[in-house]
Write a new protein. Structure first.
Length: 703
């Protein structure tokens, strides 16, 4: 990036026998834009997939070229930026791909120096990936790629930082800084006052999520446009009290600087109550040209281009909504601002009637009236579903003329009833209501009809996913131990959290095995992937480990046997595993690992440390892999923590640092084992952010 002037990019890996490119490191792009593209199918339509398939560099530089060559990608990312995608190959093998982004429009042909730099970087990446695999530590896809911050251009002292804050506080205008994810990292007092909030509330928040009057996709899109194109942009927004503000955005590789100032509407009422114009008002003049010419606020209805763009975003979001509740929430939360509707309701067919599944903008009484109507032609929703034809009513009179029996006044004056039909089967109806008469033009009717089809497909797909996911989770639950065995002189407890973002099911597993009166074995592992095959393979690995453990095999032999099983099955998946054999009579433990994070051990005196275990190759890579073991003391009162990487992996955080943090938490944690497990699990990501399963097994030796 530094060599070519690129502002963002990433490295993708292609595991053996996989058809999915997975990003392992990204830089210079916000996670909200990066995550949807963190997994790219080799057969997909896009520059990176094409570069890997055709084993050549793909350059997209000119304005509009992305939309022309890759319409789906151009529709989802309609910003001004250039990109290059190149395959990472060596010795006839494709290891992955490289992606680099540049601001604005570039030339039709890539700069020869840039091409050489990209090819050189691909060579270095391929060599690094090859060495990692040869050394027994292949680079495998994580649940999320690491987001690497772009280094600062210069270092500043603490006194310089304080001076910069003092400088902004003396300015007559507001100053605000956003990181690449749109979160406020700094705001001066004037800026907080202008937006009607305070510094504490704003810091760490996205403005359009915190301030209701900024909750419009247009404003968020200006931020995204600035991030992707690296071009300054501005817009004018009206506060609830009528004051107009001018916001100017200045982006770079680390974030966005925002100037906030009052704006005056020329030819109309001043946007500030002070007798003299503030200096900031004079600096920003009178806002955008359209406001200076008309002297009034823009029309409340969005232009057609903006409606189409919002629909494109909604369509992209619908493809990512997995479950039926996700789809319903997305539709009722985003459909109203996307099409200017005052209220929206989503109805589903059930036993010959329409049942309300979700709504927004309706009162409780009006919402109850929508549900429970029969699938009959004497009501607009029932007729739309029965005939499969959408119905549009530009006024209340039109609705009453068509359906005289419809009673009640919900305060709306125009409606669109969109049938939801999937695979020729009616599954429900989407109702849009407007608070004023609305003549539906031909193109708007076509767009709304298409949207109804999109929602129907998303709901149908989500229903299938929910069914599959329920079966998968039942399978996974049945493969994990329901209870841990009771052992003399050993206390044990376990915790498990499933992934919650875009995952079917995970492959994390744990077990505690009673070998004899004074000996036990603990095992924890993680099968690559989140799918039914991963869960099934997890069950096979756990069964194989248990069988060899009960047969009296040593820790290294247990892992060697499980490894032979995986290589014989050849499922195309790898697994990590940590095996601990505990001799309670001697107060000793022998450990062996196959690419799994090392355990933590808290001594009776309260000190916690990482147990150094000889590294071993992941299970399922090479049939003849050998595994070494190490023996450590386990005196009475010791606590050993076995965990999977879901507990310590964080985007942009070194895993070694995260394990050290977990060790510190273990050292100061509760004495009670159940309370200690709950405390350690608090370090897991919130439910909405988990992209990997998390398993924890705690063991305490007793006198």
């Amino acid at each position: 990036m530094r060599e070519t002037g690129g502002y963002g990019g990433g490295i993708y890996v292609l595991p053996p026998r996989s058809q999915v490119l997975s990003a392992v490191v990204l830089a210079g792009v916000p996670s909200s834009l990066a995550m949807p593209w963190a997994r790219v199918g080799v057969s997909a339509s896009g520059p990176l997939a094409q570069a890997v398939r055709e084993d050549r560099l793909i350059w997209v530089g000119a304005e509009g070229e992305l939309a022309r060559r890759y319409p789906r990608l151009g529709l989802a990312l309609p910003y001004s930026f250039a990109l290059a995608a190149a395959p990472v190959t060596s010795t006839g093998r494709t290891w992955g791909g490289l992606l680099v982004l540049w601001p604005g429009s570039q030339s039709l042909e890539i700069d020869p120096a840039w091409r050489k730099a990209l090819e050189r970087t691909c060579g270095h990446a391929a060599a690094a990936l090859r060495r990692a695999e040869e050394n027994g530590h292949p680079v495998l896809p994580n649940a999320e790629p690491r987001l690497t911050p772009v280094p600062r251009g210069r270092r500043v002292t603490q006194s310089q930082a304080f001076a910069a804050v003092d400088y902004t506080e003396r300015l007559p205008e507001g100053c605000c800084a956003l990181d690449l994810d749109g979160r406020v990292t700094f705001v001066n007092a004037t800026g907080a006052k202008l937006v009607g909030s305070d510094i504490v509330a704003l810091t760490g928040a996205r403005p359009w999520e915190l301030l209701p009057w900024l909750d419009d996709p247009v404003f968020e899109d200006r931020y995204r446009s600035a991030v992707m194109s690296r071009r300054p942009t501005s817009f004018t927004v009206r506060r609830p009290d009528g004051l107009w503000l001018s916001l100017e955005l200045y982006p770079d590789a680390r974030g966005i600087s925002v100037r906030i100032a009052p704006s005056r509407l020329v030819g109309g009422e001043a946007a500030t109550s002070s007798a003299q114009p503030a200096p900031a008002e004079a600096a920003v003049a009178a806002g955008p040209p359209a406001l200076r010419e008309t002297g009034r606020a823009p029309a409340p209805t969005a232009p057609r281009a903006d409606v189409l763009y919002r629909m494109a975003h909604l369509a992209a979001a619908l493809t990512e909504a997995l479950s039926v509740p996700d789809v319903i929430k997305l539709v009722v939360d985003q459909i109203a601002p996307s099409f200017g509707a005052h209220a929206v309701a989503l109805l589903a067919t059930h036993a010959g009637r329409l049942r309300l599944r979700g709504h927004s903008g309706y009162g409780l009484q009006e919402a109850e009236q929508l549900g429970g109507v029969p699938l009959a032609p004497d009501n607009p929703s029932g007729r739309a579903v029965s005939t499969g034809e959408p119905a549009f009513f530009a006024s209340r009179r039109e609705l009453q003329d068509a359906f005289p029996n419809v009673v009640g006044d919900d305060g709306n004056h125009a409606w669109a009833f969109l049938p939801l039909v999937a695979a020729g089967r009616p599954i429900g109806c989407c109702v849009l209501a407007y608070d004023r008469p609305r003549p539906f033009a031909h193109d708007e009717r076509a767009m709304l009809t298409a949207f109804g089809g999109l929602v129907a497909q998303a709901l149908d797909r989500a229903h299938l996913y929910d069914t599959k996911s329920g079966l998968a989770r039942s399978l996974q639950t049945s493969l994990l131990p329901q209870t841990l065995p009771s052992l003399k002189n050993l206390q044990a407890t376990a915790r498990y959290l499933p992934a919650t973002r875009g995952m079917d099911i995970g492959g994390d597993f744990y077990d505690l095995i009673r070998l004899d009166a004074t000996t036990a074995a603990a095992v924890i592992g993680d099968v690559q992937g989140h799918s039914v095959p991963a869960a099934a393979l997890m069950g096979q690995v756990r069964t194989a480990v248990r069988a060899q453990a009960l047969a009296g095999a040593s820790p290294n032999d247990v892992l060697a046997g499980a490894n032979r099983l995986l290589t014989d099955l050849n499922p195309g998946l790898f697994a990590s595993c940590l095996y601990v054999q505990i001799d309670l009579a001697r107060g000793r433990a022998r450990l062996s690992t196959a690419g799994h994070p090392p355990p933590l051990l808290r001594d009776p005196d309260g000190k916690a440390r990482t147990v150094a275990v000889p590294p071993g190759l992941l299970l399922g890579i090479e049939q003849t892999s050998d595994y070494l073991s190490v023996e450590v003391a386990l005196p009475p009162g010791s606590v050993m923590a076995l965990f999977t990487d879901g507990l310590v992996e964080r985007p942009g955080t070194d895993i070694g640092f995260a394990i050290d943090e977990l060790a510190r938490s273990l050292a100061v944690g509760a004495h009670d084992l159940e309370a200690l497990a709950d405390q350690l699990m608090q370090g897991a990501l919130p439910s909405g952010d988990r992209t990997d399963d998390t398993a924890l097994l705690l063991l305490r030796s007793m006198p």
